[in-house]
Design a protein around this ligand. Structure first.
Ligand code: AMP
Ligand code: MG
Length: 331
């Protein structure tokens, strides 16, 4: 519920302006474990296409839906992939590699051990984690156009990238239907398309990790996908410790490196979503180093010690809402 509320409030920003010739439309859908809301100016029928597309992708990528393609792959270890599974896997595997495995779409056995799949949270012992980690290696996925194979007990989890891919597919539909202005809030992954009807760019809120229904600041942008990964989105607490749903692929433990949230802003939903999860795992130094070598995105990183690190490309597009809460560090 917490996650739903946070996601819902994360970017329902002013879409209250006068219409620009076409009708303002709003549709919502619950999918991919979150609440999604899309607002756009255009024909009513486009909304159904968008929600239909999101549901279709959810029914391919879900790890828990017994009828999904990913479920069948995890069970049978081999499927003839849909075009979407094939495309998302190819893109994801390139990113897993580029990110040195900080993103690993075979993390599922470890996610299961911690109870994040069924909500029966628990702290597994080290041996359990070690044995689950043995099955984690994205190189155990083989993809070609008519076959996807999982080797060595690997299991697929597209949770880190699916919402971003869904954002990309929705943006294609909006563009094919001549929609020029839209705001997609796919629960932590927000796509802003075109400009607001008054010609100004969108302002996307960055949630306060300590109080996710508040914003610590806003990024002004157009035609970008803004994805945030935060420990606050899903976690449990045991003996005074917090265990979050983002897993450090090196240790099999929930990431615990002083990062509170990572927001990535880029032209691609899949990229933003993949990077927000992976850079969370990499930690501050790893994330900054990665950005130096791959500057095709911008970031806002919030740390537990209340510092806000922002990449140079968006410094001028960022506004802090409460200037004394975070110390801003520009890169
Ligand atoms: P996100 O909300 O995009 O940061 O994705 C988090 C989800 O991705 C988790 O709920 C897991 O299903 C999965 N996940 C967790 N850690 C990793 C990781 N290191 N690499 C890939 N997927 C992960
Ligand atoms: Mg992600």
């Amino acid at each position: 519920m917490k996650k739903l509320l946070a996601a819902f409030s994360a970017a329902i920003l002013a879409f209250t302006l006068a219409s620009c010739g076409t009708q303002k439309q709003s549709v919502s859908v619950e999918a991919m474990d979150t609440f999604m809301k899309i607002e756009y100016y255009g024909d009513e029928s486009v909304g159904e296409k968008l929600t239909g597309e999101i549901k279709r992708l959810d029914s391919l990528f879900s790890v828990t839906d017994k009828n999904s393609e990913v479920y069948a792959l995890n069970r049978d270890k081999e499927v003839k992939p849909s075009d979407d599974l094939s495309a998302l896997l190819k893109r994801s595997l390139t990113l897993c590699d580029r990110l040195d495995g900080a993103l690993d779409v075979t993390i599922l056995p470890v996610v299961e051990k911690w109870g994040f799949l069924n909500g029966k949270y628990r702290v597994p012992d080290k041996q359990e984690i070690q044995s689950a980690l043995k099955a984690v290696n994205y190189k155990n996925i083989e993809v070609d156009n008519d076959k996807v194979k999982l080797k060595n007990n690997a299991k697929l989890d597209l949770g880190a990238v699916a919402k971003g891919y869904a954002a990309d597919k929705c943006l294609e539909i909006l563009s094919d239907n001549n929609v020029e202005t839209s705001l997609l809030n796919l629960g932590g992954t927000i796509a802003v398309h075109g400009r607001k009807p008054d010609g100004t760019p969108w302002r996307v809120g960055i949630a306060d990790p300590d109080n996710p229904s508040d914003y610590i600041g806003f990024v002004s942008c157009s035609d970008k996908v803004v994805a945030t990964s935060g420990g606050y989105e899903r976690y449990f607490e045991k003996d005074g410790r917090r265990y979050i749903h983002i897993i450090d692929t090196q240790t099999g433990f929930p990431s615990d490196n002083g990062i509170a949230s990572v927001t990535v802003i880029s032209d691609s939903g899949t990229l933003s979503d993949a990077l927000s999860t992976a850079l969370f795992v990499k930690g501050l130094d790893g994330a900054r180093e990665y950005h130096r070598d791959n500057p095709d995105f911008d970031y806002v990183i919030l740390t537990a010690d209340k510092k806000l690190y922002i990449s140079e490309g968006i410094v001028n597009d960022f506004t802090l809402s409460e200037s004394d809460r975070y110390e801003v560090v520009k890169n």
